[in-house]
Write a protein that binds this ligand. Structure first.
Ligand code: C2E
Ligand code: CA
Ligand code: CA
Length: 275
């Protein structure tokens, strides 16, 4: 059944300008993308800064379509959200990432964890908990090897979010707050939510070596997180200087082009951490 919240018919009212047309085309193609197997996952290493070792892989979706070409997730995830297509796509992402992890565990990458991004509609989907539980059972991955990434902005409804996060936690999975520092929600939720990691957003890491106030923000996030018993992952680390500062400030883990771009699964196991 067609849901009411969909905007595609309102768009005709507004005027079918080029942008709207393109969006509609993307939407139409998106509907067929799963069955045509046009999605793939790329994986970016998450490096433990004490051990200087890859301990995790973040799964990032890629979409290659013959008619609209390559569309970045920042462009199509919002459309998938609006149309509800994010639900089957999100299930595909989780299952594919866990099957991949299972394979890696059997190929010498024991202990590796996989991180999967959830979008807001998925997070508030009533069957989220059973979907995650069933997918873990189906793939035979222990819950402790899965990390779920949500963003601050998804936790605006503190009561509901807290309930869902506690249910997820009961399954035994880990929880990361993604893009930390860019949302507007109050910090008080941090102690109410059963969170394991904070991911410092790339915008604070970018100029950390040039801009003292960015360095102060990063340092403050790390200290605060540690005081709350959380570990910290820095996103978007591109240079050795940035990495040096983050290590100095006891950041636990890091991710970024300095180590590797997100790569197809076959290439992931070949990545070497620069020493
Ligand atoms: P995100 O979760 O914050 O993912 C990090 C993004 O930063 C990725 O972009 C990654 O390729 C990019 N990145 C990583 N290291 C660096 C770096 O050193 N420098 C720069 N400039 N960029 C870096 P990507 O893959 O285009 O994904 C964009 C966003 O789309 C993600 O942001 C996430 O919010 C969303 N997304 C991706 N895959 C999924 C998915 O499977 N499900 C959902 N719901 N959202 C997804
Ligand atoms: Ca993420
Ligand atoms: Ca992020």
């Amino acid at each position: 059944a067609k849901k009411q919240g969909r905007n595609n018919f309102q768009m005709y009212d507004v005027m079918l300008d080029r942008q709207a047309f393109e969006k509609l085309q993307v939407e139409n193609e998106l509907r067929k993308a799963l069955e045509r197997e046009e999605f793939v996952l790329h994986y970016q290493p998450i490096v433990n800064l004490c051990k200087n070792e890859i301990t995790g892989a973040e799964a990032l979706i890629r979409w290659q379509n013959d008619r609209v070409g390559f569309v970045s997730p920042d462009q199509f995830i919002p459309i998938a959200e609006e149309t509800g297509l994010i639900i089957p796509i999100g299930e595909w992402v989780l299952k594919t990432a866990l099957l991949q992890l299972k394979e890696w565990h059997g190929n010498g990458l024991e202990g590796l964890t996989v991180s999967v991004n959830l979008s807001i509609r998925q997070f508030y989907q009533p069957n989220l908990i059973s979907m995650v539980k069933e997918t873990l059972e189906l793939t035979g991955v222990e819950p402790r090897f899965l990390t779920i990434e949500i963003t601050e902005s998804m936790t605006m409804d503190v009561e509901k979010a807290s309930f869902i996060l506690h249910e997820l936690k009961k399954l035994g999975v880990n929880i990361s707050i993604d893009d930390f520092g860019t949302g507007y929600s109050s910090l008080s939720y941090l102690k109410r939510f059963p969170i394991d990691h904070l991911k410092i957003d790339r915008c604070f890491v970018m100029d950390i070596a040039e801009n003292k106030s960015d360095e102060n923000i990063a340092t403050t996030i790390i200290l605060m997180a540690h005081n709350l018993g959380l570990s910290v992952i820095a996103e978007g680390v591109e240079t050795a200087e940035q990495l040096g500062l983050l290590k100095q400030h006891r950041c636990n883990e890091a991710q970024g082009y300095h180590f590797s771009k997100p790569v197809p699964a076959e290439e992931f196991s070949k990545i070497k951490v620069p020493s």
